[in-house]
Design a binder for this molecule. Sequence first.
Ligand code: HEC
Ligand code: HEC
Length: 294
Amino acid sequence: MTVKETDELSGTETTGHEWDGIKELNSPLPRWWLWTFYATVVFAIGYSLYYPAIPLIKGATAGISGYSSRAEVAKDIAMAAEAQSGIIERTRNSTIDQIATDDELRRFAVSAGKSAFKVYCVQCHGSGAQGAPGYPNLNDDEWIWGGDLETIHISISHGIRNDQDDDARLSEMPAFGVDELLERSEIAAAANYVLKLSGQEHDAALLGEGETVFADNCAACHGEAGKGDREQGAPDLTDAIWLYGSTPELILTQINRPKHGVMPPWLERLGDVTVKQLAVYVHGLGGGEDSEPE
Ligand code: HEC
Ligand code: HEC
Protein backbone atom coordinates (compact mmCIF):
# COMPACT_ATOMS: atom_id res chain seq x y z
CA MET A 1 0.00 0.00 0.00
CA THR A 2 1.27 3.42 -0.86
CA VAL A 3 0.48 6.17 1.49
CA LYS A 4 -0.24 9.63 0.14
CA GLU A 5 1.14 12.45 2.15
CA THR A 6 1.77 16.13 1.75
CA ASP A 7 5.29 17.33 1.12
CA GLU A 8 6.30 19.74 3.79
CA LEU A 9 8.47 21.99 1.69
CA SER A 10 6.17 22.61 -1.33
CA GLY A 11 2.84 21.80 0.27
CA THR A 12 2.05 19.51 -2.66
CA GLU A 13 0.65 16.03 -2.32
CA THR A 14 3.05 13.24 -3.19
CA THR A 15 2.21 10.23 -5.32
CA GLY A 16 3.22 7.98 -2.51
CA HIS A 17 6.05 6.40 -4.51
CA GLU A 18 9.32 6.36 -2.69
CA TRP A 19 12.79 5.42 -3.89
CA ASP A 20 15.54 5.40 -1.34
CA GLY A 21 13.86 8.21 0.52
CA ILE A 22 13.12 10.31 -2.53
CA LYS A 23 9.42 10.97 -3.03
CA GLU A 24 7.58 12.09 -6.14
CA LEU A 25 5.33 15.13 -6.02
CA ASN A 26 1.92 14.79 -7.62
CA SER A 27 1.95 18.11 -9.54
CA PRO A 28 -1.02 18.67 -11.84
CA LEU A 29 -0.35 19.13 -15.58
CA PRO A 30 -0.17 22.77 -16.65
CA ARG A 31 -3.54 24.11 -17.79
CA TRP A 32 -2.30 25.31 -21.16
CA TRP A 33 -0.93 21.87 -21.92
CA LEU A 34 -4.12 20.16 -20.97
CA TRP A 35 -6.31 22.43 -23.04
CA THR A 36 -4.07 22.09 -26.07
CA PHE A 37 -4.30 18.35 -25.64
CA TYR A 38 -8.12 18.47 -25.52
CA ALA A 39 -8.15 20.71 -28.56
CA THR A 40 -6.11 18.22 -30.59
CA VAL A 41 -8.48 15.44 -29.56
CA VAL A 42 -11.45 17.45 -30.72
CA PHE A 43 -9.64 18.35 -33.93
CA ALA A 44 -8.75 14.72 -34.61
CA ILE A 45 -12.36 13.62 -34.20
CA GLY A 46 -13.57 16.39 -36.49
CA TYR A 47 -10.88 15.61 -39.06
CA SER A 48 -11.70 11.91 -39.04
CA LEU A 49 -15.36 12.65 -39.62
CA TYR A 50 -14.73 15.22 -42.33
CA TYR A 51 -12.05 13.44 -44.38
CA PRO A 52 -11.67 9.76 -45.33
CA ALA A 53 -9.88 8.39 -42.28
CA ILE A 54 -10.76 5.02 -40.90
CA PRO A 55 -9.36 2.15 -42.98
CA LEU A 56 -11.83 -0.44 -44.15
CA ILE A 57 -11.16 -3.63 -46.08
CA LYS A 58 -11.48 -1.80 -49.40
CA GLY A 59 -10.57 1.87 -49.18
CA ALA A 60 -11.62 3.90 -46.15
CA THR A 61 -14.60 5.72 -44.68
CA ALA A 62 -15.62 8.41 -47.11
CA GLY A 63 -15.90 11.29 -44.65
CA ILE A 64 -18.66 13.87 -44.88
CA SER A 65 -16.63 16.05 -47.28
CA GLY A 66 -16.44 13.26 -49.87
CA TYR A 67 -12.87 14.36 -50.64
CA SER A 68 -10.62 11.98 -52.56
CA SER A 69 -7.14 12.72 -53.87
CA ARG A 70 -7.85 10.49 -56.84
CA ALA A 71 -10.88 12.58 -57.76
CA GLU A 72 -8.73 15.72 -57.40
CA VAL A 73 -6.23 14.35 -59.95
CA ALA A 74 -9.01 13.29 -62.29
CA LYS A 75 -10.37 16.83 -62.09
CA ASP A 76 -6.94 18.31 -62.92
CA ILE A 77 -6.58 15.99 -65.89
CA ALA A 78 -10.06 16.87 -67.13
CA MET A 79 -9.19 20.56 -66.86
CA ALA A 80 -5.94 20.13 -68.80
CA ALA A 81 -7.73 18.16 -71.51
CA GLU A 82 -10.34 20.87 -71.75
CA ALA A 83 -7.67 23.55 -72.06
CA GLN A 84 -6.02 21.53 -74.84
CA SER A 85 -9.23 20.79 -76.61
CA GLY A 86 -9.82 24.51 -76.68
CA ILE A 87 -6.60 25.07 -78.58
CA ILE A 88 -7.21 22.04 -80.79
CA GLU A 89 -10.67 23.37 -81.57
CA ARG A 90 -9.18 26.76 -82.44
CA THR A 91 -6.60 25.05 -84.64
CA ARG A 92 -9.38 23.17 -86.40
CA ASN A 93 -11.28 26.39 -87.05
CA SER A 94 -8.28 28.41 -88.23
CA THR A 95 -6.63 28.52 -91.63
CA ILE A 96 -2.94 27.61 -91.75
CA ASP A 97 -2.08 31.27 -92.26
CA GLN A 98 -4.03 32.19 -89.14
CA ILE A 99 -2.25 29.45 -87.19
CA ALA A 100 1.13 30.63 -88.40
CA THR A 101 0.48 34.21 -87.35
CA ASP A 102 -1.11 33.51 -83.95
CA ASP A 103 1.66 33.12 -81.38
CA GLU A 104 -0.11 30.59 -79.20
CA LEU A 105 -1.50 28.47 -82.04
CA ARG A 106 1.82 28.49 -83.85
CA ARG A 107 3.79 27.38 -80.80
CA PHE A 108 1.33 24.58 -80.17
CA ALA A 109 1.37 23.59 -83.86
CA VAL A 110 5.16 23.49 -84.00
CA SER A 111 5.47 21.23 -80.99
CA ALA A 112 2.59 18.96 -82.04
CA GLY A 113 3.88 18.94 -85.64
CA LYS A 114 7.34 18.03 -84.43
CA SER A 115 6.09 14.99 -82.53
CA ALA A 116 3.93 13.87 -85.45
CA PHE A 117 6.93 14.29 -87.76
CA LYS A 118 8.97 12.00 -85.50
CA VAL A 119 6.34 9.30 -85.83
CA TYR A 120 5.29 9.53 -89.48
CA CYS A 121 7.97 11.26 -91.53
CA VAL A 122 11.46 10.52 -90.21
CA GLN A 123 11.75 7.09 -91.82
CA CYS A 124 11.89 8.79 -95.23
CA HIS A 125 12.92 12.39 -94.57
CA GLY A 126 15.39 11.65 -91.77
CA SER A 127 15.29 12.50 -88.07
CA GLY A 128 16.29 16.10 -88.73
CA ALA A 129 14.23 16.34 -91.95
CA GLN A 130 17.59 16.44 -93.72
CA GLY A 131 16.44 13.97 -96.38
CA ALA A 132 18.30 11.11 -98.07
CA PRO A 133 18.83 10.08 -101.69
CA GLY A 134 15.34 10.08 -103.21
CA TYR A 135 13.84 11.89 -100.21
CA PRO A 136 14.08 15.65 -100.21
CA ASN A 137 15.68 17.69 -97.46
CA LEU A 138 12.91 19.82 -95.92
CA ASN A 139 15.23 22.29 -94.18
CA ASP A 140 16.72 23.98 -97.19
CA ASP A 141 15.43 26.62 -99.58
CA GLU A 142 15.02 24.25 -102.50
CA TRP A 143 11.51 22.99 -102.98
CA ILE A 144 10.45 20.55 -105.65
CA TRP A 145 6.78 21.50 -105.40
CA GLY A 146 6.96 24.72 -103.45
CA GLY A 147 7.81 26.04 -100.02
CA ASP A 148 4.98 28.33 -98.98
CA LEU A 149 2.56 27.17 -96.31
CA GLU A 150 -0.31 26.41 -98.64
CA THR A 151 1.84 24.38 -101.05
CA ILE A 152 3.53 22.42 -98.29
CA HIS A 153 0.09 21.74 -96.85
CA ILE A 154 -1.10 20.32 -100.17
CA SER A 155 2.03 18.17 -100.56
CA ILE A 156 1.48 16.66 -97.12
CA SER A 157 -2.30 16.32 -97.40
CA HIS A 158 -2.40 14.41 -100.67
CA GLY A 159 1.11 13.12 -101.11
CA ILE A 160 2.97 12.60 -104.34
CA ARG A 161 2.49 9.93 -107.04
CA ASN A 162 0.65 7.57 -104.73
CA ASP A 163 -2.43 5.68 -105.84
CA GLN A 164 -4.37 6.14 -102.60
CA ASP A 165 -5.30 9.79 -103.09
CA ASP A 166 -7.00 11.13 -106.23
CA ASP A 167 -5.55 14.57 -105.56
CA ALA A 168 -1.98 13.34 -105.17
CA ARG A 169 0.61 15.38 -107.05
CA LEU A 170 1.41 13.78 -110.35
CA SER A 171 4.03 14.16 -113.07
CA GLU A 172 6.37 11.60 -114.42
CA MET A 173 9.64 12.12 -116.09
CA PRO A 174 9.63 9.89 -119.20
CA ALA A 175 11.99 6.93 -119.28
CA PHE A 176 14.04 8.17 -122.23
CA GLY A 177 16.33 5.13 -122.24
CA VAL A 178 14.22 2.08 -121.42
CA ASP A 179 11.32 3.36 -123.50
CA GLU A 180 13.69 4.18 -126.35
CA LEU A 181 12.56 7.78 -126.66
CA LEU A 182 16.11 8.92 -127.30
CA GLU A 183 19.26 7.37 -128.75
CA ARG A 184 22.02 6.42 -126.37
CA SER A 185 24.20 9.20 -127.78
CA GLU A 186 21.43 11.76 -127.26
CA ILE A 187 21.05 10.64 -123.68
CA ALA A 188 24.77 10.94 -123.11
CA ALA A 189 24.70 14.45 -124.61
CA ALA A 190 21.74 15.44 -122.40
CA ALA A 191 23.48 14.10 -119.29
CA ASN A 192 26.61 16.02 -120.24
CA TYR A 193 24.49 19.14 -120.65
CA VAL A 194 23.03 18.67 -117.15
CA LEU A 195 26.60 18.53 -115.81
CA LYS A 196 27.26 21.87 -117.51
CA LEU A 197 24.01 23.35 -116.13
CA SER A 198 25.02 22.46 -112.59
CA GLY A 199 28.51 23.84 -113.03
CA GLN A 200 30.28 20.52 -112.99
CA GLU A 201 33.06 19.10 -115.15
CA HIS A 202 31.73 18.23 -118.62
CA ASP A 203 32.74 17.50 -122.22
CA ALA A 204 32.59 20.74 -124.20
CA ALA A 205 32.42 18.87 -127.54
CA LEU A 206 28.99 17.43 -126.65
CA LEU A 207 27.42 20.68 -125.50
CA GLY A 208 25.84 21.69 -128.82
CA GLU A 209 23.97 18.40 -129.23
CA GLY A 210 23.12 18.35 -125.53
CA GLU A 211 21.57 21.78 -125.67
CA THR A 212 19.33 20.77 -128.56
CA VAL A 213 18.28 17.51 -126.92
CA PHE A 214 17.56 19.38 -123.73
CA ALA A 215 15.50 22.08 -125.40
CA ASP A 216 13.46 19.48 -127.29
CA ASN A 217 12.95 16.90 -124.53
CA CYS A 218 13.63 18.33 -121.12
CA ALA A 219 12.88 22.05 -121.12
CA ALA A 220 9.12 21.48 -121.09
CA CYS A 221 9.46 20.34 -117.49
CA HIS A 222 12.82 21.52 -116.23
CA GLY A 223 12.62 24.91 -117.94
CA GLU A 224 14.78 26.28 -120.72
CA ALA A 225 17.50 27.27 -118.31
CA GLY A 226 17.09 24.06 -116.31
CA LYS A 227 15.78 25.97 -113.31
CA GLY A 228 12.97 23.46 -112.79
CA ASP A 229 9.22 23.87 -112.63
CA ARG A 230 7.31 23.51 -109.42
CA GLU A 231 4.00 23.04 -111.21
CA GLN A 232 5.35 19.74 -112.46
CA GLY A 233 7.60 18.90 -109.56
CA ALA A 234 10.61 19.02 -111.87
CA PRO A 235 13.70 19.84 -109.83
CA ASP A 236 16.12 22.66 -110.49
CA LEU A 237 19.10 21.10 -112.29
CA THR A 238 21.41 24.11 -111.98
CA ASP A 239 22.16 23.98 -108.27
CA ALA A 240 24.10 21.70 -105.98
CA ILE A 241 21.02 20.14 -104.43
CA TRP A 242 20.14 16.75 -105.84
CA LEU A 243 17.35 14.35 -105.16
CA TYR A 244 19.05 11.37 -106.75
CA GLY A 245 22.67 12.43 -107.11
CA SER A 246 25.06 14.67 -109.00
CA THR A 247 27.48 12.15 -110.53
CA PRO A 248 27.45 11.47 -114.31
CA GLU A 249 26.35 7.86 -113.65
CA LEU A 250 23.40 8.84 -111.46
CA ILE A 251 22.28 11.51 -113.91
CA LEU A 252 22.48 8.98 -116.77
CA THR A 253 20.47 6.49 -114.73
CA GLN A 254 17.77 9.07 -114.03
CA ILE A 255 17.43 9.89 -117.75
CA ASN A 256 17.43 6.22 -118.78
CA ARG A 257 15.09 4.93 -116.14
CA PRO A 258 13.82 7.74 -113.92
CA LYS A 259 12.74 7.04 -110.41
CA HIS A 260 9.35 8.39 -109.57
CA GLY A 261 9.45 9.39 -105.95
CA VAL A 262 6.35 8.44 -104.01
CA MET A 263 5.04 10.07 -100.88
CA PRO A 264 1.92 8.77 -99.12
CA PRO A 265 -1.09 11.04 -98.48
CA TRP A 266 -1.64 12.05 -94.85
CA LEU A 267 -4.86 14.04 -94.61
CA GLU A 268 -7.19 11.09 -94.29
CA ARG A 269 -4.86 9.18 -92.05
CA LEU A 270 -3.81 11.91 -89.61
CA GLY A 271 -6.73 14.31 -89.84
CA ASP A 272 -7.03 17.99 -90.57
CA VAL A 273 -5.55 19.34 -87.33
CA THR A 274 -2.37 17.25 -87.40
CA VAL A 275 -1.73 17.93 -91.09
CA LYS A 276 -2.03 21.68 -90.53
CA GLN A 277 0.37 21.41 -87.60
CA LEU A 278 2.81 19.41 -89.74
CA ALA A 279 2.65 22.06 -92.47
CA VAL A 280 3.39 24.84 -89.99
CA TYR A 281 6.22 22.79 -88.48
CA VAL A 282 7.84 21.95 -91.85
CA HIS A 283 7.42 25.52 -93.05
CA GLY A 284 9.24 26.71 -89.94
CA LEU A 285 12.22 24.40 -90.40
CA GLY A 286 14.24 26.97 -92.26
CA GLY A 287 13.27 26.99 -95.91
CA GLY A 288 9.70 28.23 -95.56
CA GLU A 289 8.69 30.78 -98.17
CA ASP A 290 6.10 33.54 -97.97
CA SER A 291 2.77 32.87 -99.60
CA GLU A 292 2.32 34.16 -103.10
CA PRO A 293 0.41 37.42 -103.05
CA GLU A 294 -3.15 36.81 -104.24
C1 HEC B 1 7.49 6.69 -97.74
C2 HEC B 1 8.39 7.81 -97.70
C3 HEC B 1 7.86 9.13 -97.24
C4 HEC B 1 7.24 9.44 -96.07
C5 HEC B 1 6.86 8.50 -94.94
C6 HEC B 1 7.02 10.86 -96.08
N1 HEC B 1 7.49 11.40 -97.23
FE1 HEC B 1 7.45 13.37 -97.74
N2 HEC B 1 8.24 12.91 -99.54
C7 HEC B 1 8.69 11.66 -99.93
C8 HEC B 1 9.23 11.76 -101.27
C9 HEC B 1 9.82 10.60 -102.06
C10 HEC B 1 9.10 13.11 -101.66
C11 HEC B 1 9.55 13.70 -102.97
C12 HEC B 1 8.64 13.28 -104.05
C13 HEC B 1 9.11 13.86 -105.35
O1 HEC B 1 10.06 13.32 -105.90
O2 HEC B 1 8.52 14.85 -105.79
C14 HEC B 1 8.48 13.79 -100.55
C15 HEC B 1 8.18 15.15 -100.58
C16 HEC B 1 7.68 15.85 -99.50
C17 HEC B 1 7.39 17.25 -99.51
C18 HEC B 1 7.55 18.19 -100.70
C19 HEC B 1 8.95 18.71 -100.72
C20 HEC B 1 9.23 19.68 -101.84
O3 HEC B 1 10.42 19.92 -102.04
O4 HEC B 1 8.30 20.21 -102.45
C21 HEC B 1 6.96 17.59 -98.26
C22 HEC B 1 6.56 18.96 -97.76
C23 HEC B 1 6.96 16.37 -97.48
N3 HEC B 1 7.39 15.34 -98.26
C24 HEC B 1 6.58 16.29 -96.16
C25 HEC B 1 6.38 15.08 -95.49
C26 HEC B 1 5.81 14.98 -94.19
C27 HEC B 1 5.38 16.14 -93.32
C28 HEC B 1 5.75 13.65 -93.89
C29 HEC B 1 5.16 12.99 -92.65
C30 HEC B 1 3.76 13.23 -92.39
C31 HEC B 1 6.30 12.93 -95.01
N4 HEC B 1 6.68 13.83 -95.95
C32 HEC B 1 6.42 11.55 -95.05
C33 HEC B 1 8.60 10.51 -99.22
C34 HEC B 1 8.01 10.37 -97.97
C1 HEC C 1 7.37 15.33 -117.86
C2 HEC C 1 8.31 16.19 -117.19
C3 HEC C 1 9.80 15.88 -117.31
C4 HEC C 1 10.55 15.79 -118.43
C5 HEC C 1 10.10 15.92 -119.87
C6 HEC C 1 11.90 15.57 -117.98
N1 HEC C 1 11.95 15.51 -116.64
FE1 HEC C 1 13.62 15.24 -115.49
N2 HEC C 1 12.47 15.18 -113.85
C7 HEC C 1 11.10 15.35 -113.82
C8 HEC C 1 10.62 15.12 -112.50
C9 HEC C 1 9.17 15.21 -112.05
C10 HEC C 1 11.74 14.78 -111.72
C11 HEC C 1 11.76 14.43 -110.24
C12 HEC C 1 11.49 12.95 -110.11
C13 HEC C 1 11.13 12.54 -108.72
O1 HEC C 1 10.79 13.38 -107.93
O2 HEC C 1 11.16 11.35 -108.43
C14 HEC C 1 12.90 14.84 -112.60
C15 HEC C 1 14.20 14.61 -112.19
C16 HEC C 1 15.29 14.74 -113.02
C17 HEC C 1 16.65 14.60 -112.59
C18 HEC C 1 17.10 14.29 -111.17
C19 HEC C 1 17.32 15.58 -110.41
C20 HEC C 1 17.86 15.40 -109.02
O3 HEC C 1 17.77 16.37 -108.27
O4 HEC C 1 18.38 14.31 -108.68
C21 HEC C 1 17.44 14.80 -113.67
C22 HEC C 1 18.94 14.78 -113.73
C23 HEC C 1 16.55 15.06 -114.78
N3 HEC C 1 15.25 15.02 -114.35
C24 HEC C 1 16.97 15.30 -116.07
C25 HEC C 1 16.12 15.35 -117.14
C26 HEC C 1 16.57 15.41 -118.51
C27 HEC C 1 18.01 15.46 -118.97
C28 HEC C 1 15.45 15.41 -119.28
C29 HEC C 1 15.37 15.41 -120.79
C30 HEC C 1 16.08 14.38 -121.47
C31 HEC C 1 14.31 15.40 -118.40
N4 HEC C 1 14.77 15.35 -117.12
C32 HEC C 1 13.00 15.45 -118.82
C33 HEC C 1 10.29 15.70 -114.86
C34 HEC C 1 10.69 15.70 -116.18
